[in-house]
Design a protein around this ligand. Structure first.
Ligand code: HPA
Ligand code: ZN
Length: 330
């Protein structure tokens, strides 16, 4: 069975650090990890909520020291993503999580970007880079990092908002997003993962984002669902992530089928695949039999990702043609 060609729009590159790579990078950099071996580290991958994941996610980043480390992490993701059917990837990174450890912006941005620069020829995957800001840190800090990214002419297409959601509404970052819009950057934000539907309204109306990451809690607000359906706002849904972070009880309880039924523009993404049990193909492999997804529905999900991607019309046509070819080959 051929793999479904699709775009991945919701991926944190630091969330692709597999335990084996964490140990290899620790070894290379002379860092002692607080785990005896890969298995002991893997045992930590049990989360009770978003914060319990974030604690491990930030702590494991200690192994990323050099440009080469960032490049190796990125290439490892692209290698796996190619096998998962990813044909275009829009990749978020968290510069503040590295700056706070004394790693320069140039080191992390150039490291990731150097791997992305060869992605089309090496993996056949077109890519874009997005700088995400940590919503549980002050907005002034995010603005300072954004200014530094602009000053160094960093190869980013846009900005996002991630980390601990509850208590940090989108409106806290109004100034940062105004600056990003003014600089011609695309704007996206996590909203409605753990936070309430009001945060989705704010991300749309105050930050004026063009995509919502997660957004699953929109289903609690009928007026919001109607608006998102009418405007076809992209919602980058991450089923494995929602189960692992206990936003939903089990995969069978995931709102994805109901979201599709309501005509929402949803796509399937992996978020932090090393931590949440798999990549986009793994998500589809479980979702498909569980919900009895038809080939038409799989095509719809892949087409949603492509029509929501920040690509040229020409690239969009190419990607849609690949999906159509997959469908006609079924
Ligand atoms: N949610 C919020 N912040 C994050 C996530 C997520 O799923 N992954 C990495 N940072
Ligand atoms: Zn995310």
């Amino acid at each position: 069975m051929s793999v479904l060609p699709t775009a991945e729009l919701h991926l944190h590159i630091e969330g692709t650090l597999e335990p084996e790579l964490i140990f290899a990078l620790a070894d290379r950099n002379g860092i002692e990890l607080p785990y005896a071996d890969v298995e002991a580290l893997r045992l930590q991958y049990r989360f009770t909520d978003l914060q319990s994941f974030l604690d491990l996610y930030y702590s494991n980043m200690a192994v990323l020291r050099t440009e080469r480390d960032f490049a190796d992490m990125t290439r490892a993701y692209l290698t796996r993503a190619a096998a998962a059917g990813i044909r275009h990837a829009e990749i978020m990174m968290d510069p503040q999580a590295h700056l706070s450890r004394g790693i320069s912006l140039a080191t992390c941005v150039n490291g990731v970007a150097s791997a992305l620069a060869h992605s089309e020829e090496e993996f056949g995957i077109s890519t874009e880079l997005i700088s995400a800001f940590l919503r549980d840190e002050p907005a002034e800090e995010a603005l300072a990092v954004l200014e530094e990214l602009l000053a160094m002419n960093a190869p980013i297409i846009g900005i996002g908002l991630d980390s601990a959601e509850v208590g940090h509404p989108p409106s806290k970052f109004t100034g940062v997003f105004e600056r990003a819009h003014e600089a011609g950057l695309k704007c996206i934000a996590h909203a409605g993962e753990e936070g309430p539907p009001e945060y989705i309204w704010e991300a749309l109306d105050v930050l004026k984002v063009s995509r919502i990451d997660h957004g699953i809690r929109c289903m609690e607000d009928e007026e919001l669902v109607e608006r998102l359906a009418a405007e076809q706002t992209p919602l980058t849904v991450c089923p494995f992530s929602n189960v692992r972070l206990r936003a939903v009880d089990t995969l069978a309880d995931h709102p994805l089928p109901r979201m599709l039924e309501r005509g929402l523009n949803v796509s399937v993404n992996s978020d932090d695949p090393a931590y949440f049990g798999g990549y986009v193909d793994d998500n589809f492999a479980e979702l498909r039999p569980l919900f009895g997804l038809t080939d038409n529905q799989l095509r719809q999900l892949a087409e949603n990702s492509v029509r929501s991607a920040f690509v040229t019309d020409a690239r969009r046509r190419e990607l849609l043609a690949e999906i159509a070819a997959w469908h006609s080959g079924r």
